[in-house]
Design a protein around this ligand. Structure first.
Ligand code: BDR
Ligand code: CA
Length: 323
């Protein structure tokens, strides 16, 4: 088997969330993914709601991985009001939800992460598409996991490439802005991190036609259309977009198909106070500056370009069973 064809063992750290649910669908259906854990964090809704939604998705999509509830507030301060205007009051575009029969794992999210990583040293990929709060807590309580994780793939941040700078403020992306202190700590640890920020996720758009075709192809596509109608409406009204940005599924695409992306490397800092709070700034490798805040930090990888057509084809092929 080619190295690139290897199965990935994945922990999905998430705040479902419409686009989180769409990415979870990919993880549940892709042949090269072994989903071993789902951990939740506050963000698109409060923690009770994101955990309830993850449990709903477990029963709806039929995966067996445990779901563990995580952080309900950032490292510093209080959580901000959830963006109900983006994801609906229930976080899933206000579709009707049935009673939830699936039960959460008794462990908190950070403990499930620690246990799963330690059980499989060097093998576990963490796909993190919400605030970095659970990851910060996991590495604080068990620093040894930093050397045991295979890779962390993040949807978050905006590095100003291709004109993409922020979606919550002119310089900050939601996942990082929502817990900048945790993100700065996580990005400064020596585990290998690859980041799909707005630089590439806003360059990848699912149009109304694309979603209609997905819906016509089967039950999974119809589910995508149902949960994304509210989300699409938000994008139309706020950005005049015929479609919506592909945020969290881009992290799954980057994990499975790095060849779809152009990457840059360097040390990353997150602004943790002031008007630029939540901004992500990379010091590209090879650029020399006087001593500063990036010194001594590990080189991480950020996506700066994307073959958007390939990502959209990958999503469709995975759902219709040919991916
Ligand atoms: C990110 O923020 C959340 O609203 C989305 O689920 C995505 O992870 C986009 O900025
Ligand atoms: Ca998310």
């Amino acid at each position: 088997m080619m190295a690139g064809m290897q199965t990935l063992k994945v922990i999905y750290d998430t705040d479902p969330g419409v686009d989180d649910a769409m990415a979870l669908l990919l993880l549940a259906r892709h042949k090269r993914i072994e989903l071993i854990g789902v951990t939740t964090v506050f963000g698109n809704a409060d923690i009770a709601t994101t955990t309830r939604n993850a449990l709903y998705l477990k029963q709806k999509l039929g995966f067996s991985a445990p779901v563990a509830g995580g952080a309900g507030a950032p490292l510093v301060g209080e959580p901000d009001a959830p963006p109900t205007f983006v994801h609906g009051m229930n976080g899933l575009g206000d579709i009707d939800l049935p009673d939830i029969t699936a039960a959460a794992d008794p462990r908190p999210a950070h403990q499930l992460i620690i246990d799963l990583v330690k059980a499989d040293p060097g093998e576990v990929t963490i796909i993190a598409v919400g605030r970095m709060t659970n990851l910060e807590r996991a590495m604080r309580e068990a620093p040894e996991i930093v050397g045991l994780v295979r890779q962390i793939v993040v949807m978050g941040g905006a590095f100003g490439r291709n004109g993409h700078t922020g979606n919550v403020t002119p310089v900050a992306e939601a996942n990082i802005w929502g817990d900048p202190d945790a993100a700065d700590i996580v990005f400064g640890a020596a585990w290998p991190i690859a980041i799909a920020g707005l630089d590439v996720t806003q360059a990848t758009v699912m149009t109304e036609t694309y979603v209609a075709e997905l819906a016509a192809a089967g039950e999974d596509g119809a589910f995508v259309r149902a949960i994304s109608a509210f989300y699409q409406n938000f994008h139309r009204e706020s950005a005049g977009l015929d479609g919506f940005y592909v945020h969290d599924s881009s992290a799954v695409a980057l994990a499975l198909h790095p060849e779809f992306y152009q990457m840059e490397t360097g040390a990353i800092r997150v602004v943790t106070e002031g008007i630029a709070i939540g901004q992500t700034i990379i010091k590209p490798d090879g650029r020399n500056y006087p001593p500063g805040a990036w010194d001594g930090r590990p080189s991480q990888r950020i996506a700066v370009g994307v073959n958007a057509g390939a990502v959209l084809k990958f999503y469709r092929d995975t759902l219709v069973g040919s991916g």
